[in-house]
Every structure is written in structure tokens, then in C-alpha cells.
Design a protein around this ligand. Structure first.
Ligand SMILES: *Cc1c(COP(=O)(O)O)cnc(C)c1O
Length: 411
């Protein structure tokens, strides 16, 4: 069976049982794959001082955070909400880094009181704000500056973050001045330096270019007496959705290690997609087959509100029948019930389909549930974790009532 038609790491019986018990649409994750993905990074980092900080936004499910926390993971959070999830899942705040261009006062205060490992600071104003809040709390805030290395990650423009034209980080040319400023602020402690150049990268070269640019800053800072403990290279390693050939974790880490050899810097990484992407599928059922003059539509019960990536980035996800039929395949537009022409999950897919068939939309573990919405007043999907072959419900489907429970009628 080719990669494109395989259900791995799942099997048809388990997926059928899950759909029968918890209905569709439903996200299903495999604990073994999550664990293996994490341990591959760990293995490649043996004897290199390091901390993996899973990027929570890729998939913030408490059960998944708990699984990674038990393996020793730290976390990269981008909001106070994500930080509270980490704590609720039993994660160690001391292994948390806090990224993002818009950290709010209460979020900074919370992170300080929980004792996070480091703030990845993205602007001069943020340095002043963190310094002020730390002073008010009688604390010292650990900070690193997120530097924008101005390298082209060669990925989709919406997920490229390391160019001068992006909103993220501070300019490479300004970093020296800002480090000196940070060193002069009384309630800050300089911990490291950080960059994150984009997501779904399928080549090693941009990572190494970024690392070189950041290391040149580390050296320049040392000349000014600013010695850093860690270098955080963010996330961004791509996965295979269809026919991409992203670098293997081992090759990616080896390239970084080669550059870091002999420097005594702790390496932080913030992988998201590479840990969870291929560990999940979105299960959906065919509601209607709608043959047409130009196109044939298979209307399924999942939609862009459940999995936004195709509509948002034109992203490709393989779509596989859980029980493939023997008939000759036809070409189908796989679309959801949402009232938008952009509501598609796959174009022009060769499948033999009947109404009621169960489909698995593959590689949906990252930026699937986490980007989902309730558009069209559709309750968000259930989530199931397969643990040693046993499916466990980790999030029940939202109820319709809960979708408007916070609303008020003005008399
Ligand atoms: C999104 C993000 C990540 C994770 O990116 P992946 O491509 O999922 O690995 C890591 N760090 C930061 C700062 C991010 O914004």
C-alpha cells in the first residue's frame, strides 16, 4: 500500500469503532506516534545540552500536553491561556518559554508568578513592560530577544516569519543595542537568544543560515560582556503531507549540532508540527454525493471550521477511505457543509465513494483542532487518543447549547 492510501498509524477497525462510539467529525491521535516523534528528537540530541519546548499552538489538547510533559518536555506558549493549559496538564512552568508579539500585562504577570524559564521578547516596548511588571512583583524576569535573522524560509508566505517584512522579532541590526538596553534594566536577567523563521520548512539550509546569523550576534554580544546561556532556534521543521521530502529529524539536528560544537550553549527547540502533525487524522463521513456537469462533489460532515488549513493556505491533506471500495475511483471535490466556496478539504481526489462512507483526512494532528472555529454554529469536533490500541475520549464534542451560553438577549 502506498503512503497516500495507507491509514497508518491507525487501522480501519479502530477508526470504525471510534466513529460508531463518538460520531464524526472526530480528531483521532496516536499516542505511540506522538511518543516516537518526541523520542526521535531526544535521541538526536543525546549529549547536547538541550530542552525541547513543544509549541502548544500546534495542538493544545490537555491529554497531548500531559503525554509530552511526562516525557520531560518543556513548552513554547504564545498566550496566558496556553500557559494555563500547560499547568492544568501537569507541565513544568520552569520549562516554559513565552513567545509572541503581543504579550499582555496580566499574561506577563502570570508567567512571572509561575516562574517560567524565559520570555522570548519581540520588541523594545515589551522589554520595558516586562521590566516594569517584574519590578512591581519584586522579581527578576528571565528574557531572551527574538531576533529576526532575515532569511527566507521558502515556505507559504502566511507561515514565513523570519523576513524583515514580518511582524516578528527585532531586527538583526538592532539586536546589539537592545541587548545592551536589556542588560541595563534592573529587573531583567538575560538568558538567551531566540529565533523562529517559519513553519513547514522542507530544507535544512534556512535553519543553518538563521543559526549562523544568530551565532554571529552571540559572538558580538560576548565582546560587550554579554554572555548567554541558551540559543533557541524555534520550531518549523516540516512534515510530509503528500509528496514533500522534509529533512529527517536526525539530519536537521546534526546540522545544528555541528555549528554549536564547543560553544557551551544550551539548545532550545520549539517543534510543533513535527511532533504532532502525522500523529492525527480527522475522521469524517460522506453525507451526500452530488454529481454535477463539471465537478462531482462529496459533501462530508467535516468542514473548514474543523480543518482550516486547506481553505486558509490551500494546504493539501491526503484523504483516504477507511474501508476502500473495489469499484473504479472517480474524481471528487471533497467539501464541507459550510456556506463558503472556500470550504473544501480536498480538490479532485480519486476515490470510490458511497454515501455513509468513512474517510480519514490525514496529517491533521497539527493546526487542525487548534485552528478550528464554530463558524456556522457548528460545535467543535470530539477528540480521541489511541493509547496502546485502546481509544480514549480526550475531548467530547461541544454541545449546541454551549455555543451560545455566553450570549445575552437585550430584554
Ligand atoms: C508556531 C511556532 C512554533 C512551532 O512551529 P512548527 O512549525 O509547528 O514547528 C515554534 N515557535 C514559535 C515562536 C512559533 O510561533
Amino acid at each position: 500500500m502506498s503512503f497516500a492510501t495507507s491509514l497508518l498509524p491507525f487501522d480501519a477497525d479502530t477508526l470504525t469503532l471510534i466513529a460508531d462510539r463518538w460520531d464524526t467529525p472526530c480528531y483521532v491521535y496516536d499516542a505511540r506516534t506522538l511518543t516516537d516523534n518526541y523520542l526521535r528528537f531526544e535521541q538526536a540530541l543525546t549529549n547536547q545540552p538541550h530542552q525541547l519546548c513543544y509549541a502548544v499552538k500546534a495542538n493544545p489538547s490537555l491529554a497531548i500536553l500531559q503525554l509530552f510533559a511526562r516525557l520531560g518536555a518543556g513548552f513554547d506558549v504564545v498566550s496566558g491561556g496556553e500557559l494555563q493549559r500547560v499547568v492544568a496538564a501537569g507541565g513544568d512552568p520552569n520549562k516554559v518559554v513565552f513567545s509572541g508579539v503581543g504579550k499582555q500585562t496580566d499574561e506577563i504577570a502570570l508567567a512571572l508568578s509561575l516562574g517560567i524559564h524565559c520570555f522570548n521578547v519581540e520588541s523594545e516596548s515589551e522589554l520595558y513592560r516586562i521590566n516594569r511588571i517584574a519590578g512591581e512583583q519584586g522579581q527578576h524576569a528571565p528574557v531572551s530577544l527574538r531576533v529576526n535573522p532575515d532569511v527566507d524560509a521558502k515556505t507559504h508566505p502566511y507561515i514565513s516569519t523570519g523576513l524583515k517584512s514580518n511582524k516578528f522579532g527585532v531586527a538583526h541590526d538592532d539586536a546589539l543595542r537592545l541587548y545592551q538596553l536589556a542588560a541595563s534594566l534592573p529587573h531583567l536577567v538575560l538568558r538567551g537568544i531566540d529565533c523562529h523563521i517559519g513553519s513547514q520548512l522542507t530544507e535544512i539550509a534556512p535553519f543553518v543560515d538563521a543559526l549562523d546569523r544568530v551565532l554571529s550576534l552571540v559572538d558580538a554580544l560576548a565582546e560587550y560582556g554579554i554572555v548567554l546561556q541558551h540559543i533557541d532556534l524555534g520550531g518549523g521543521l516540516g512534515i510530509r503531507y503528500h509528496d514533500e521530502t522534509p529533512p529527517h529529524v536526525e539530519a536537521y539536528i546534526a546540522a545544528l549540532r555541528e555549528r554549536l560544537a564547543g560553544r557551551g550553549l544550551t539548545l532550545l527547540l520549539e517543534p510543533g508540527r513535527a511532533l504532532v502533525g502525522n500523529a492525527g487524522v480527522l475522521l469524517t463521513r460522506v453525507e451526500y454525493l452530488k454529481p454535477g456537469a463539471e465537478k462531482q462533489f462529496a459533501v462530508v460532515d467535516a468542514a473548514m471550521n474543523d480543518l482550516m488549513r486547506p481553505a486558509l493556505y490551500g494546504a493539501y491533506h491526503d484523504i483516504v477511505a477507511v474501508h476502500p471500495r473495489d469499484e473504479a475511483p472517480q474524481q471528487w471535490e471533497i467539501v464541507g457543509p459550510v456556506c463558503e466556496t472556500g470550504d473544501f478539504l480536498g480538490h479532485d481526489r480519486a476515490l470510490a465513494l458511497a454515501e455513509g462512507d468513512l474517510l480519514a483526512i490525514k496529517s491533521a494532528g497539527a493546526y487542525g483542532m487548534s485552528m478550528s472555529s464554530q463558524y456556522n454554529t457548528r460545535p467543535r469536533a470530539a477528540e480521541v487518543l489511541v493509547l496502546a490500541g485502546q481509544p480514549v475520549l480526550i475531548r467530547q464534542r461541544e454541545s449546541i447549547a454551549s455555543l451560545f451560553e455566553n450570549e445575552r438577549l437585550p430584554d
